[in-house]
Design a protein around this ligand. Structure first.
Ligand SMILES: NC(=O)c1ccc[n+]([C@@H]2O[C@H](COP(=O)([O-])OP(=O)(O)OC[C@H]3O[C@@H](n4cnc5c(N)ncnc54)[C@H](OP(=O)(O)O)[C@@H]3O)[C@@H](O)[C@H]2O)c1
Length: 266
């Protein structure tokens, strides 16, 4: 195999991070049994943090970025995969500690590789991407905790983002009444087109110093952390649950034990 193009991230001695397209060969990539011809990857929140150096995402340098990939197997030293198999990889350290998906050729350990599920194209797999996978995992976890469409509305914070927007789409498709929390009024039409019944502005709802407020939500998906997550703890219904996914608004959390001991929030 000749050279191929990849987006690789470097850090110099002063700690400055820079990313750019480079011609690499297979020997430049981290080891693995399966070599994949990449068709699509997705641009994830983590990729932006990694390629700009704004977050401590990469565990080594230089490293090819990209936390996911969908493509066709070119060769496999593992008997479980064969040339031409359509596969995807998401997470597992891809684009964090192992050369990632922003490359025409990707090499990974065989146990990270997932056969492309029936009914999903390579494009659709990455249009959903790791953000979509995360949204689906959050809903699955809430449903394991007892969430069901008849139990009441579900609120999604950071609604216009990658995880939030797909969560709204998935929840409304499953029959939930969904309320979106977004700082951007301009996204209201978009969020309603995905299935949000209502769109709230965090500025108008999250500020309060009470330990509990009117119980509204049967469940919540939180991408923001900080004040938004604290507000959710105060407003989730008895026995409701919150899937805490992200910290786009901050890693701190100021709340009390009241929602947990008086309302059984989990
Ligand atoms: N993407 C993934 O696969 C994944 C996986 C696991 C965890 N996470 C975490 O989940 C969070 C969201 O990821 P994402 O991919 O959805 O990111 P994203 O596409 O950047 O969306 C984040 C959303 O959060 C809101 N937001 C951003 N900055 C904010 C701030 N300072 N204060 C309040 N709200 C803010 C915005 O929504 P509005 O403008 O609508 O308010 C924004 O669209 C991140 O913390 C990420 O680390 C993501």
């Amino acid at each position: 195999m000749g050279s191929f193009s990849a987006l690789r991230v470097h850090r110099n001695a002063e700690g400055t991070v820079r990313a750019g397209l480079e011609a690499l060969t297979l020997d430049d990539l981290a080891p693995g049994e399966v070599v994949i011809r990449s068709h699509y990857s997705s641009v994830n929140y983590k990729d932006a943090l990694a390629a700009t150096g704004k977050g401590k995402i990469l565990r080594r340098f230089p490293l090819v970025a990209g936390v996911d990939v969908a493509g066709e197997v070119m060769s496999s030293a593992d008997a479980g995969f064969h040339e031409g198999d359509r596969v995807l990889v998401t997470g597992c350290g891809l684009g964090e500690s192992h050369d990632g998906g922003f490359s025409q050729v990707v090499r990974v350990p065989a146990d990270w590789v997932v056969p492309l599920p029936e009914g999903l194209s390579l494009f659709a797999a990455m249009a959903l991407g790791t953000a979509g996978f995360t949204a689906a995992l959050a809903i699955d976890r809430l449903e394991q905790n007892g969430l069901a469409p008849g139990r009441g509305p579900v609120v999604v914070t950071g609604a216009s983002g990658g995880v939030g927007s797909i969560a709204i789409d998935l929840l409304s498709g499953r029959g939930y009444e969904v309320v979106a929390l977004s700082r951007r009024p301009a996204t209201t039409d978009y969020l309603q087109s995905l299935g949000a019944a209502d769109v709230l502005d965090p500025k108008t709802v999250t500020a309060s110093d009470k330990p509990l407020e009117t119980a509204r939500w049967a469940g919540a998906i939180d991408n923001v952390g900080g004040e938004s997550l604290a507000w959710l703890t105060r407003t989730v219904q008895p026995w409701g649950s919150i899937a805490s996914i992200g910290l786009a608004g901050g890693g701190e959390l100021h709340t009390t034990v009241m929602p947990f001991i008086l309302r059984g929030v989990s």
